[in-house]
Design a protein around this ligand. Sequence first.
Ligand code: NAG
Ligand code: NAG
Ligand code: NAG
Length: 292
Amino acid sequence: MRGKWHVLGALPFLTLFFLFFFFFFNLHIKTTLLSDNAVLIPPANPPAEFSLLIGILTRADNYDRRHFLRLIYGIQSSPIAKIDVKFIFCNLTKEEQRVLIALEILRFHDIIILNCTENMNSGKTYTYFSSLPRILPHHYNYIMKADDDVFIRLEQLASSLRPLPRADLYYGFVIPCASKNPFVEYMSGMGFILSWDLVEWIGESDIPANNREGPEDKLVGKWLTMGNKAKNRFSDKPAMYDYPGANGKCSHDLIPETVAVHRLKRWDRWLHVLRFFNVTKGLKPSKLYHID
Ligand SMILES: *[C@@H]1O[C@H](CO)[C@@H](O)[C@H](O)[C@H]1NC(C)=O
Ligand SMILES: *[C@@H]1O[C@H](CO)[C@@H](O)[C@H](O)[C@H]1NC(C)=O
Ligand SMILES: *[C@@H]1O[C@H](CO)[C@@H](O)[C@H](O)[C@H]1NC(C)=O
């Protein structure tokens, strides 16, 4: 009996002791972490000079293509730009999409579903640009619209944008293919970039709102010309082009300074391109895989 009372009597002191110990230990861990961080943070990379959102217009059902493109862009980055890649499609139409796309969003956070009906040349590009200022959590310096059959080299793309104006800019591969004059017509839908002010203008002006029917890339050029916008235009030739032999004067051989190659609709073309640009050269030998 005496022993039991003794232990119970000591309980408050023990509790106090553990509380004190816990508090002190916690504090110690926090300060250690803080000072470690203080040493680790300063020499990190310089901040990005500008930001770019690449929206790849695709369809909800193209699961395999998205999976592949996530690999292609997931292994690339640029030291000078903050680049986000997202997949853009219109309203979901099938029951299974609501579950499968929800899984993708939970896992990858890289999908934007616009309020539109999937249909070539009926305003998806308009909905894309005009919705962004309302729906994005923050703005970007540049917004790109890209196809899902184009290979974009992010480092080269960022380097080509670096010296260009951050405002009133329309960048891409000018049509007609043989032309080098960026003011002649419009930039090909394979991949073109607008500065943020032009994206806001598309969302606010009546000109795009009243001219939504037609080939989407051509329309964007038309809006900008009608609105007397995009005084700064840049056609990135020969760094952007269609796959060799795929499309007449829009095509030429693969070249080292490439920014984007378009019309990669077949695996043999993707393989050729990925090999040419040494995309998998970084793979280190390992006992875990026999790859030769
Ligand atoms: C979506 O688009 C439809 C048809 O254009 C429109 O009636 C509706 O208000 C839009 N919904 C939202 C949330 O913007
Ligand atoms: C897209 O889906 C939403 C929600 O189901 C609907 O309110 C809207 O009208 C649809 N928009 C179009 C353009 O079909
Ligand atoms: C790919 O690697 C080879 C061999 O190292 C090199 O000669 C070639 O220039 C590289 N190609 C590109 C596009 O960087």
